[in-house]
Design a protein. Structure first.
Length: 140
């Protein structure tokens, strides 16, 4: 992972074999980032995407292996119990096979590159588990 810091935040380049969630979590920990906005695009060959079942209050996940363009990766960085909390969604596709998949990003390994912009905001927003919804919601 290559990183460059700017006044507004960070620009990252991930290379083949690197995993998005772990690399971003490492950066957030190392730099003490408490609140941010994520936007990225690139290519991956091993992606695990989930969806939250609101009735059962649990995540289900699917793993996709092959050649995929990351047409959109968006999300945010907050904190929960003092630790980094990444909430990321991704859309991947392959125009040759006609596949398109989207959902909550659990993990993704880069096949070519990832260009990620992390805008950092002053302040902090926390997370708290909601028994009603079954998710860690923003806490102001």
């Amino acid at each position: 992972m290559e990183v460059r810091k700017f006044d507004q935040g960070y620009v990252l380049r991930l290379d083949p074999g690197e995993e998005i969630v772990s690399c971003l979590t490492d950066l957030v920990k190392r730099e003490g980032i408490r609140l941010g906005l994520v936007s990225a695009l690139g290519a991956a060959n091993d992606v695990t995407i989930g969806i939250f079942d609101t009735a059962a209050k649990k995540y289900s996940a699917c793993r996709y292996q092959g050649d995929y363009e990351i047409s959109a990766l968006t999300g945010n960085v907050t904190r929960m119990d003092g630790e980094p909390y990444l909430h990321l969604h991704i859309t991947i596709g392959n125009p040759v096979t006609g596949e398109v998949h989207a959902g909550h990003l659990t993990a993704a390994t880069i096949s070519a590159t990832l260009e990620l912009f992390l805008q950092v905001w002053d302040g902090q927003v926390g997370r708290k588990f909601s028994d009603t919804v079954g998710l860690n919601l923003l806490e102001f």
